[in-house]
Design a protein around this ligand. Structure first.
Ligand SMILES: [Mn+2]
Length: 446
């Protein structure tokens, strides 16, 4: 049984959950826990791929679930024979190589064509003894080299497993069959190992450390059945119960990677350039380049420290990173309207307010006409008096509020502005919750 410690973030992994796993696994290795393995709980998003590429960090192993599979129990030497191998040689291998019960028989390409067991050899031996006593048989060695594996091997009713078979299924099959050892095959049918009944005795759950989440609902499948060793996170706590004491480190700060960077400092270890770069990236990602209300002074000082090691300017690099993933060309007008749309009742009016965040307005003018037409169509279809879409440029801290509705000038008045080409310019506005909804609610209620 492999003794790996899987370090993994939440499903639908974001940059913080992936980079905190890589950063923490690296620190564990540097401090002597060599069996730590960084994982991502699914496919990397565009931003995370950009980040790992930028700093030359290989993508971590994708951990789809924490179920125990055949490959987790395999390992160690195993031996095969060919059909032309003599019985004597096969017996010698079983005796010398401590593989006493089963030898897979393979062809030249290593594909399994049969199985020979110690019982088969014993039977051949017994038959020879009986034959010899019969005195009509030629005398000689009881297992002459001329007798080959082919004469006694099984070729039918073979039971084998694949590397990714679940142990729960393997166990069932072993109960139904009588063999001691079972060959494990790869997709091409090649023998890659053996798994025996005794392997299931040493079965223990996989060990895991959760980063950037602390709820089973967000964790990879099978996490509840694993052995939870620790949690490093910055979200609200709720839900998880453990049967043993574990390490928990949860801080109300902007990014899990800020906590991981603190762990390096506490161990007196300076992260290398690549690790510093990806930890910094995650802080910039989670705090929207320090603008999110969740960002703390510790996130900023940590980012500044990491940026010196990584050799990048945090703001300039952060913009490059966000640009790499907020490409307007990848979105449709309808997708932009619906990606973050909320409905409100303001006075007599049903009002929709959506928000699209962009790093710079590059490419926006090319879609403006299609987008405004789609907003009007969506407003009518939804029976809304007003449908507004905040086009928020994180780069300049500015929102353009595109307004469609019965009297769009009324929306402009809510902000003490006038409508220009169907939009209200709102410099300094980033938050719908704090800077748009209250103003409009107050105005339409009056
Ligand atoms: Mn996070």
């Amino acid at each position: 049984m492999s003794d790996k410690i899987y370090i993994v973030g939440h499903k639908s992994p974001d940059t913080d959950s992936v980079c905190s796993a890589i950063g923490l696994a690296n620190l564990k290795k540097l401090t002597g826990t060599t069996n730590a393995v960084a994982c991502s709980a699914g496919k990397l998003n565009k931003e995370t791929s950009f980040v790992l590429n930028y700093f030359g960090v290989p993508a971590p192993m994708v951990l789809e679930d924490l179920h125990i599979r055949v490959q987790d129990l395999m390992g160690g030497e195993f031996h095969t024979v060919e059909s032309t191998t003599s019985l004597r040689e096969a017996w010698q291998i079983m005796k010398d190589k401590e593989q006493k019960k089963t030898l897979p028989v393979v062809d030249e390409a290593g594909k399994m064509i049969g199985v020979i067991t110690i019982g088969d050899i014993g039977m051949a031996f017994a038959e020879r003894v009986i034959c010899e006593e019969d005195s009509n048989c030629p005398t000689g060695n009881l297992l002459p080299t001329s007798v080959s594996v082919a004469s006694v091997m099984h070729t039918e009713g073979l039971v084998s497993f694949q590397e990714d078979d679940l142990i729960t299924d393997v166990r069932k099959k072993m109960v139904e069959t009588r063999f001691y050892n079972y060959p494990v095959l790869d997709a091409a049918g090649k023998v890659v190992g053996l798994i025996g009944r005794y392997d299931l005795l040493g079965l223990s759950p996989k060990k895991v450390i959760l980063v950037d989440h602390n709820e089973w609902g967000q964790a990879v499948t099978g996490a509840e059945q694993s052995q939870l060793l620790g949690i490093v996170d910055h979200h609200k706590v709720g839900g998880i119960q453990t049967s043993e004491p574990i390490y928990i480190r949860v801080e109300p700060i902007g990014s899990t990677c800020t906590i991981v960077a603190q762990c390096y400092r506490e161990q007196g270890i300076t992260p290398d350039k690549a690790i510093a770069g990806i930890l910094l990236s995650a802080i910039l990602s989670d705090t929207v380049i320090f603008k999110s209300p969740t960002c703390t002074p510790l996130d900023k000082t940590t980012a500044a420290f990491l940026a010196t090691i990584a050799g990048v300017d945090p703001k300039a690099y952060g913009i490059e990173m966000f640009k790499a993933s907020s490409n307007i060309a990848d979105r449709t007008p309808q997708g932009m309207i619906e990606e973050d749309l909320k409905a409100f009742t303001m006075g007599e009016n049903k009002v929709g307010i959506g928000q699209v965040s962009l790093m710079g307005m590059d490419g926006f003018e090319a879609v403006r006409a299609d987008l405004t037409a789609a907003i009007e169509a969506h407003r009518v279809a939804q029976g809304m008096q007003y449908l507004c879409l905040m086009i928020t440029d994180i780069l300049t801290d500015t929102t353009e509020l595109i307004v469609k509705g019965e009297n769009p000038e009324e929306v402009a008045k809510a902000f003490g502005k006038t409508l220009v080409a169907g939009s209200v310019e709102l410099p300094g506005v980033l938050s719908r919750k704090k800077q748009v909804v209250p103003q409009m609610t107050t105005y339409f209620k009056a």
